[in-house]
Write a protein that binds this ligand. Sequence first.
Ligand code: SF4
Length: 313
Amino acid sequence: MASMTTTTPMTAGAAPPGTGQAPANPVLADLVVDWFGAHARDLPWRHPEAGPWGVLVSEIMLQQTPVHRVLPVWETWLRRWPTPAGLAAEPSGEAVREWGRLGYPRRALRLHQAAGAIVERHGGAVPDQLDDLLALPGVGTYTARAVAAFAFRQRHAVIDVNVRRFVARAVEGTAAGPTAVSRRDLELVADLLPADPETAARASAAFMELGALVCVARAPRCPACPVQEHCGWLAAGSPPSDAPARRPQGYAGTDRQVRGRLLAVLRDATGPVEQELLDQVWDEPVQRGRALAGLLADGLVVRCAPGVYALPT
Ligand code: SF4
């Protein structure tokens, strides 16, 4: 096994992502891909049967949401709407209803809008070109790259918070706090990817899985890590992060909680709901009104008549 000093430092001048160029440090990718083969979670959206639509749905659901909460909603969603056309043909309120308690329900509206755009622009098939994916409503840089890599087996740097952390530690030798993904991050990760697109796509999934299961934010499990002998952070003596500690976001008592309760009433109803029913979910009227106004502004709720509300149609 190579020593720590054999790790090639990444540079800001690395090749741009997706060029197909051979990686500057193939060792990391090889080790992580091997580890992935033995330790990857068996997730349904990683199966070929999931198809590009299943991958797109999973990527949007997994934003800020743990796998165990996404799994049942993803299964139900794909059973109900196995194609974008199926979802696009229904009112957006049905997407909000099926989203259930997954949280951040604006994602349900965005997914509905994306399904409509896929039908209109691409004949109902999720596009395989990065630019076309990026042009879909609600699909950002991360999601577009993830779908291109995981569904279409293309070579793209795919960077979520787990990959960002893994690369910061293993390649840059820092315990970087969470930051926005920069062009340089894309270059660093692209430089790690094998040249062959299929292997690169597998490496992208493997980096993400390693960051999620082993190179975790607090107390990384270095003794179980396949790249421990090449890790810049370990070689540097595991320096502490100088980023300010993040306080966990509270939920109880927040407007998010009130919005969740109001939306739950509307999801559970078969039709429009009177204001009095909504008033029962939260005692404090100012906060309740603010939460309802937010839902209306976001398009998650519509006012059918004075004092009567429903999911969007
Ligand atoms: S050795 Fe530790 S810090 Fe380095 S990549 Fe592996 S888990 Fe992360």
